[in-house]
Design a protein around this ligand. Structure first.
Ligand code: MG
Length: 462
């Protein structure tokens, strides 16, 4: 019927608690999910937010009402819940989390039986059930039930250890500082590292849904404390997580915070040494660094639209073993093709142990890029036309148009021009070997996109 109704955003259902996301709504969403899964076996779990237990109970009610057998795993990192769904072979899963959003937010993610979030097509089916109220409530004597599920964190930690050279890592006695964002990474990562023979100091490792230590998004400006701790303690590295533990940002032994595509490039390099010719999946927003490294070590980059679910689904479709995002999401297929902060940390440890060199030294050896960004206001109604006209203008150049348009130049510089999915604007993101060149690209294409918008605006007034 109506085309604009949407329940799911780019990362599940998100909203401010008791404003956009109420318990009543969560019951109905639970019932819609239960109807979609036809009363199957569903694992549910949640992050450390103040509202997570409330919303979990509400979703469980909806699931039971539609005949589901619910296994409540309680508080856990998102990737641990995803691994539980896959390894315990349930019909699906539900996670109550708002990942890196501020404390007043929460959200609902739905997992398919392989542990990966459901596709957009499947979301539309759940949305139709929800909006058209096609809820398949069970009779009083056919209700589902819920029981507690224990042990998923142990299984998850064991599985990760099985993908790295645990003995070699243990030999090195690495010293790590973990910033768990006062959330669920605290439940698994310090233990994983200690079981791998590391000495661990934690910060923000007490669970607190108000996020008193730092905002749950692991951006460099939020990680000064971690950076100082790594330096002061002479640790081998530091690692910081987002609110649900699926993204990891690393700090080297000199205290420098590295953005995700740099550590991803390092992982790509060592992965390709042992897996020649493999495909590396990453969104068009990732640095050219990833392609440079893949080219140099005999891999092939497969670009996708921006969004972790797209990366997961692309990996599944082409059977790729490694994916990554610039925001610190590492997807390791042999474990599970979803981003996983614990798995990412184990992979970095594996590289440190294998190479016997410092993280700062290895990251310094990667090609260097300078980045410049800009944004240009653009009315929603013109976004599509602007992109069409822009592609028309640049189509003779070396471009890809998977998500916005990315233009590559001979000198290894590039610019990505992309309409924002959430705000009325275009984002420009330039990368080059010199700062001057990155700036030149941002200025040139900033002018171009402003001219296009202006000409379309004035055309619209006639
Ligand atoms: Mg997250």
């Amino acid at each position: 019927m109506s085309i604009n109704r949407r329940l799911f955003g780019t990362n599940g259902i998100r909203g401010v608690v008791n404003k956009e996301l109420t318990p009543e709504m969560a019951v109905a969403v639970g019932a819609a999910i239960g109807t979609y899964f036809k009363g199957g076996k569903i694992i549910i779990g949640h992050d450390a937010r103040t509202s997570s237990p409330m919303l979990t109970e509400a979703v469980i009610s909806g699931l039971i009402a539609t005949g589901c057998q619910v296994l409540n795993a309680g508080m856990a990192p998102t990737p641990a819940l995803q691994y539980a769904v896959k390894s315990l072979k349930t019909d699906g899963g539900v996670i109550i989390t708002a990942s890196h959003n501020p404390p007043e937010y929460n959200g609902i993610k739905v997992l398919w039986h392989d542990g990966i979030e459901i596709s957009r097509e499947q979301e539309i089916e759940v949305e139709n059930i929800f909006f058209e109220k096609k809820l398949n409530y069970s009779a009083w004597n056919r209700l589902g039930d819920a029981e507690f599920l224990t042990g998923i964190l142990d299984n998850y930690i064991e599985a990760i250890k099985g993908h790295v050279n645990a003995a070699k890592i243990a030999d090195k006695n690495f010293y790590a500082v973990v910033d768990a964002a006062n959330s669920v990474a605290a439940l698994t990562v310090p233990r994983l590292l200690r079981e791998l023979g590391c000495r661990v100091t934690t910060i923000n490792a007490n669970i607190d849904g108000t996020f008193p230590g730092r905002p749950p998004e692991p951006r460099p400006e939020n990680l000064r404390e971690l950076s100082m701790a790594v330096k002061a303690l002479h640790a081998d590295f530091g690692v910081a997580f987002d609110g649900d533990g699926d993204r990891a940002i690393f700090v080297d032994d000199e205290g420098e915070v590295h953005w995700g595509d740099k550590t991803f490039a390092l992982i790509v390099k060592y992965f390709l040494k042992n897996n020649q010719g493999e495909k590396i999946v990453t969104p068009v927003s990732s640095s050219m660094l990833v392609k440079d490294v893949a080219d140099a070590f005999g891999g092939e980059v497969v670009w996708t639209k921006v969004g972790s679910v797209t990366v997961s689904h692309t990996m599944k479709r082409i059977n790729a073993k490694l994916g990554g995002e610039e925001n610190g999401g590492i997807f390791y297929g042999p474990h599970l093709a979803v981003r996983d902060g614990g798995m990412a940390t184990a992979l970095i440890l594996d590289i440190l142990a294998e190479e016997g060199r410092k993280l700062s030294e290895m990251l310094r050896k990667l090609p260097k890029y300078f980045i410049e960004k800009d944004k240009v206001d653009c009315p929603e109604t013109l976004k599509h036309e602007v992109l069409k006209k822009l592609i028309e203008e640049v189509k003779e150049q070396n471009i890809i148009t998977i998500d916005g348009v990315k233009i590559w130049f001979e000198d290894s510089s590039s610019i990505l021009i992309r309409p924002s999915g959430t705000e009325p604007l275009y984002r420009l993101y330039a990368e080059a070997k010199t700062w001057e060149r990155a700036r030149e690209l941002i200025q040139k294409y900033g002018i171009k996109i402003r001219e296009l918008i202006d000409s379309l605006k004035s055309a619209a007034t006639y």
